[in-house]
Design a binder for this molecule. Structure first.
Ligand SMILES: *[C@@H]1O[C@H](CO)[C@@H](O)[C@H](O)[C@H]1NC(C)=O
Ligand SMILES: *[C@@H]1O[C@H](CO)[C@@H](O)[C@H](O)[C@H]1NC(C)=O
Ligand SMILES: *[C@@H]1O[C@H](CO)[C@@H](O)[C@H](O)[C@H]1NC(C)=O
Ligand SMILES: *[C@@H]1O[C@H](CO)[C@@H](O)[C@H](O)[C@H]1NC(C)=O
Ligand SMILES: *[C@@H]1O[C@H](CO)[C@@H](O)[C@H](O)[C@H]1NC(C)=O
Ligand SMILES: *[C@@H]1O[C@H](CO)[C@@H](O)[C@H](O)[C@H]1NC(C)=O
Ligand SMILES: *[C@@H]1O[C@H](CO)[C@@H](O)[C@H](O)[C@H]1NC(C)=O
Ligand SMILES: *[C@@H]1O[C@H](CO)[C@@H](O)[C@H](O)[C@H]1NC(C)=O
Ligand SMILES: *[C@@H]1O[C@H](CO)[C@@H](O)[C@H](O)[C@H]1NC(C)=O
Length: 409
């Protein structure tokens, strides 16, 4: 009896050991399979190959890889063996996503652009075909919609919309010959989109007026301001309109619903004192309502802080010349989130960046003489960034718009 009892106990113990061994083998195999597939997916973040082993992981990967850190926590409780590998995958994926947004550009104190431009629009000689531009002056890119790029096609008396990778533009205003009828333009030199009102605001220079041209029906343009020597215009985030006047040497602001305007820069006659301007053209308004003015014949850019009595020189102001502390006729001006000022140095055929407080600029693109190569311009004018920080330059006498990709390294 005792012997058989002992024997039974031994048999029972053996069975338990056998089952335990078998379980261990199964579990080990399972986790090594997971590790293997996980490793594969590390090579290509965002792929869904993890899903071939465990359903729960598949769900998490396909739905939330790019968006949340919560994913990591959930995974930790699901399969302990693979947590660290999977976590790495998700982290690297998130980083990749971040570098492609504008934040990278904002935080990079020394961004660079490719020196060779890509012809985004025109470049087919000057003429009035829809594949052509004729001495364009300005460009406007709608925020949050890189597909909507508007060009003041000055010599063709029209505004065209040019989508990414398109071979043709589309006329959205004018295009009815030069003239002063309400549906005609005469040397439109600047344009922007008033998104709140779905309309274009056009600096119709030759007609000494500013027009609103609705994008939906194109039929009912309105004169917003008349009798003005418009050199450039823009809008702030309240919808207030700013227009420079190169005859009166001033920039004025028109607030919505107010027929009266206010001088926000210049207005003290033509001259080179800090409270004066000499042929103001392009303007830029930042989030603090400071106005940057391309003060063309003073070869400088002035910044007028809101309600200031005089401006601050933020670029040039040392006469005309080719050295890096000088410019020769300024045109397009844009400002980034670090207050770096980018200026079209027209007669030097280059675009210069002036860092805040610096005594000289640095060449961003161009500076290789006048010509039609991809690193050259003939009289660069309007400038714009898209959301990624790529730089667009209107290359007037080459009748093209050049795009310079930002180099994110
Ligand atoms: C950029 O800088 C701002 C302000 O310093 C900061 O809040 C933001 O997180 C930074 N973004 C990146 C991607 O580093
Ligand atoms: C203008 O367009 C027409 C038709 O699309 C084409 O036949 C002609 O060659 C073009 N002209 C130029 C100068 O590109
Ligand atoms: C334009 O074309 C290039 C090359 O064909 C492509 O990589 C890019 O995604 C396109 N851009 C847009 C906005 O369609
Ligand atoms: C939209 O345009 C109309 C017509 O010119 C104008 O009365 C109105 O103030 C504009 N609204 C905005 C938000 O600009
Ligand atoms: C054109 O559209 C604008 C805004 O969408 C509207 O205010 C205006 O009355 C329209 N004009 C015509 C002639 O339909
Ligand atoms: C236009 O403005 C000028 C001053 O800049 C003034 O002398 C002239 O009378 C104005 N013309 C009209 C029609 O208001
Ligand atoms: C516009 O200016 C005139 C003259 O300075 C003034 O009488 C009028 O009240 C102002 N209108 C508004 C809406 O501020
Ligand atoms: C174009 O100009 C830039 C800036 O001066 C310079 O770095 C680059 O080498 C020039 N390219 C050529 C081909 O001369
Ligand atoms: C580019 O410039 C060269 C030299 O001036 C000229 O021969 C050529 O026709 C130009 N090309 C275009 C597309 O304008």
């Amino acid at each position: 009896m005792r012997k058989s009892v002992i024997f039974s106990i031994i048999v029972a113990i053996l069975i338990i050991i056998a089952v335990a061994v078998a379980l261990t083998v199964v579990l080990t195999r399972r986790s090594s399979t997971i590790e293997k597939t996980t490793t594969t997916s590390t090579g290509s973040p965002g792929s869904t190959s993890i899903g071939t082993t465990t359903t729960s992981t598949t769900m998490l990967t396909t739905t939330t890889t790019l968006t949340s850190t919560t994913t990591t926590t959930t995974l930790t409780t699901t399969t302990t063996t693979t947590t660290s590998t999977i976590t790495t995958t998700i982290t690297s994926t998130t980083t990749t996503t971040t570098t492609t947004t504008k934040l990278m550009f904002i935080n990079n104190t020394n961004p660079k652009w490719t020196s060779e431009g890509y012809t985004f629009a025109g470049g087919n000689g000057y003429g009035q075909n829809l594949s052509q531009l004729y001495y364009p002056r300005s460009i406007f890119i709608v925020d949050n919609d890189p597909q909507s790029i508007y060009i003041a096609d000055t010599g063709n008396q029209r505004i065209v919309e040019w989508k990414y990778n398109a071979s043709n533009g589309q006329v959205v205003a004018g295009g009815n010959g030069r003239g002063n009828r309400i549906d005609q333009l005469s040397d439109p030199i600047d344009v922007f989109v008033d998104q709140k009102n779905d309309s274009l605001i056009i600096c119709d220079q030759g007609n000494r007026r500013v027009l609103r041209w609705f994008l939906q029906n194109h039929t009912d343009p309105q004169i917003i301001i008349s009798n003005i020597s418009c050199g450039g215009l823009t809008i702030d985030n309240n919808g207030d309109l700013y227009v420079s006047d190169y005859n009166k040497n001033e920039v004025r602001r028109w607030s919505i619903g107010d027929i009266n305007s206010t001088i926000v820069a210049g207005g003290n006659g033509k001259g080179q004192e800090l409270n004066q301007l000499n042929y103001p053209t392009r303007i830029f308004v930042n989030r603090d309502y400071s106005v940057y003015v391309s003060d063309a014949e003073n070869y400088r850019v002035m910044k007028w802080i809101k309600d200031a009595e005089e401006g601050i020189i933020v670029a040039g102001g040392r006469g005309g010349g080719t050295s890096l502390d000088k410019m020769y006729m300024t045109n397009g001006v844009i400002v980034d989130h670090l207050d770096n000022v980018y200026v079209s140095d027209m007669a030097n055929n280059r675009v210069i960046r002036w860092a805040k407080g610096s005594q000289e600029g640095s060449i961003i693109v161009g500076g290789n003489g006048s010509g039609n190569q991809s690193n050259q311009f003939i009289s660069p004018r309007g400038l714009s960034f898209d959301q990624q920080g790529n730089l667009f330059v209107v290359d007037m006498y080459n009748s093209r718009v050049q795009k310079f990709n930002i180099d994110i390294v």
